[in-house]
Design a protein around this ligand. Structure first.
Ligand code: GDP
Length: 530
């Protein structure tokens, strides 16, 4: 086997998932601080300005100061090469956010200790579960008043249906926060916020059995800690690496990203417990990066029109095996021919930069002259194979689209189809009529603006969007079902995709269950096939 297996082995490629404001950006920034990628915390953030620098590509991003697409950061720490995939939140939440998770080998879930599991975390978590990847939990903002620790764990277990295993345990929260107790070493890591987390600093550790511990923690807190630990040892799941690897048990850590407390401890444990690049399923079976010597990758995101003058696109791909060299020729399976991968680039903190070499586990963006689609495979393996496709994720917002100038029908259809091919939107039709009525579905509402903007600017077509009340979509898995005989609910609508496959839209989620009950044998899915 070629000597780059060592390079692949030291790679850790993961996504950070959270609800907006839980502290994902702050935690990422602190990771970079340890990796020496930035000198001082604060250089990633400054939301408006820094995010600008990352993706200054579309006017719409500039206008709003937000990033429409997710980015990747790479840094080194303690012999590991770490790739962090950012999953955008807020109004820029889109299907790309979900697709990013298809490129990760594990996920870090950041939870605000005062809020517990929130909506966006729940959504992203579903995709992680579907993939059976390891999920790690960092409960953040312990320097603020937090929920009861047992309640927090209960919330995660009940809301998300995953067992938890606290690796450390908080001592108080808010003004009373004193640090965390490491269950394995039986040491207290003492909290101090004097430096406000701008530098790495030293963490003071003392054994729970030492006299010193009693002088730092009040008597009452000490008694509570002992009681909680006893409860915990009796009640919680034991650490089981195999269950962690299968995504059935989530190791839980507590800390405060802002004050840089508990971050390095988390990083160290996480890097040991998580996984190096995982094998991936293809039409020829599992492709293992430790066995497959040749380069292979799949496209998980396409970023359009970074340079309006050239209408160019960048295809982001996850390298699954082998070594990548700038300018190399590789076979594009879906296109059926060799292509040269030019202008390869990576993200580094807030800059894009060209790269010469990359390995299995890494994410690269390459120039796309318009030939790639989401899910495509590239490989130099003599025995050609295609990686399993990326599912279509359920849109949550729907609108009817009409062009203002009916004479521009052709441009309109072309534009909307091209934008759908890139995966920015999904298009559907009325069930019983043709293309006259187009229904657009998006995962994040911002995509409607992107659609409108792009049709106007790139295709010279003005459109009107009429919002529809539906929020839930289901693909029908058993397509042989007779759609005319289907017993629906008053808030249900039948539509079809461009391949004439039937789908159902619902206003209320409970109607989904009713329809399932009313139609025996009907199988509905939240994920579609592309
Ligand atoms: P994101 O939206 O998940 O990326 O969250 P940010 O990292 O932008 O954090 C949201 C807000 O919470 C910011 O004002 C942060 O300064 C603050 N924050 C992040 N971590 C902590 C923490 O550990 N403690 C406290 N008190 N505030 C935090």
């Amino acid at each position: 086997m070629a000597d780059f297996t060592n390079e692949i082995k030291k790679r850790r490629t993961f996504a950070i998932i959270s609800h907006p404001d839980a502290g994902k950006t702050t935690l990422t920034e602190k990771f970079l601080l340890y990796g020496g990628a930035i000198n001082q915390a604060g250089s990633v953030k400054g939301k408006a300005t820094a995010k600008h620098a990352v993706s200054d590509w579309m006017e719409i991003e500039k206008e709003r100061g937000i990033s429409v697409t997710s980015s990747v950061l790479q840094f080194q720490y303690d012999g590991y090469c770490i790739n962090i995939l950012d999953t955008p939140g807020h109004q820029d939440f889109s299907e790309d956010t979900y697709r990013t998770l298809m490129a990760a080998d594990s996920a870090v879930m950041v939870i605000d200790g005062s809020k517990g599991v929130e909506a966006q975390t729940r959504k992203l978590f579903k995709v992680c579960v579907m993939r059976h990847i390891p999920i790690f939990t960092f409960i953040n903002k312990m320097d603020r008043e937090a929920m009861d620790t047992f309640e927090l764990l209960d919330d995660i277990e009940k809301e998300l249906g995953i067992a938890t295993c606290p690796i450390n345990w908080p001592i108080g929260s808010g003004k009373e926060f004193r640090g965390v107790f490491d269950r394995n070493s039986r040491e207290l890591e003492i909290f101090s916020d004097t430096k406000k987390g701008t530098s790495i600093g030293e963490v003071e550790k003392v054994s729970i059995d030492s006299e010193e511990a009693k002088s730092i923690v009040s008597e009452a807190q000490f008694a509570q800690l002992e009681e909680e630990i006893e409860l915990l040892d009796g009640a919680s799941a034991e650490f089981d690496q195999e269950m962690v690897s299968k995504g059935e048990l989530s190791p839980v850590f507590f800390g405060s990203a802002l004050t840089n407390f508990g971050v390095e401890t988390f990083l160290q444990h996480f890097l040991k417990m998580t996984t190096s690049p995982l094998p991936r399923m293809s039409d020829k079976g599992l492709i293992d990066p430790m066995k497959e010597e040749d380069f292979s990758a799949f496209v998980f995101k396409i970023q359009a029109n970074m340079n309006k003058a050239h209408r160019d696109r960048i295809a982001f791909m996850r390298i699954c095996s082998g070594e990548f060299k700038a300018g190399m020729d590789v076979f594009h399976i879906q296109g059926g021919r060799k292509v040269r991968l030019s202008q390869p680039q990576q993200m580094m903190a807030s800059e894009r930069h060209m790269i010469d070499i990359a390995y299995g586990g890494d994410i690269i963006g390459v120039f796309d002259p318009g030939i790639f689609s989401i899910g495509d495979t590239l490989t130099n393996s003599a025995e050609k194979f295609a990686y399993e496709g990326i599912p279509t994720f359920a849109p949550e917002h729907f609108a009817r689209v009409r062009q203002v100038d009916t004479m521009k029908r052709k441009q309109f259809i072309k534009g909307i189809n091209e934008i759908a091919q890139e995966g920015a939107i999904q298009i559907f039709q009325e069930f019983n009529t043709g293309m006259e009525e187009i229904i657009v579905g998006v995962v994040g509402v911002l995509q409607f603006d992107v659609l409108k903007y792009r049709l106007e600017n790139e295709y010279n077509v003005e459109i009107r969007l009429e919002p529809l009340p539906y929020e839930h979509i289901r693909w029908i898995e058993n397509e042989e079902i007779n759609m005319d005989k289907l017993v629906g609910t008053s808030d249900m609508k039948k539509i079809k995709d461009l391949k004439d496959r039937p789908l159902l839209l619902f206003v209320n989620s409970w109607s989904i269950r009713m329809v399932l009950e009313r139609n025996e044998g009907l199988k509905l899915s939240e994920f579609g096939r592309s």
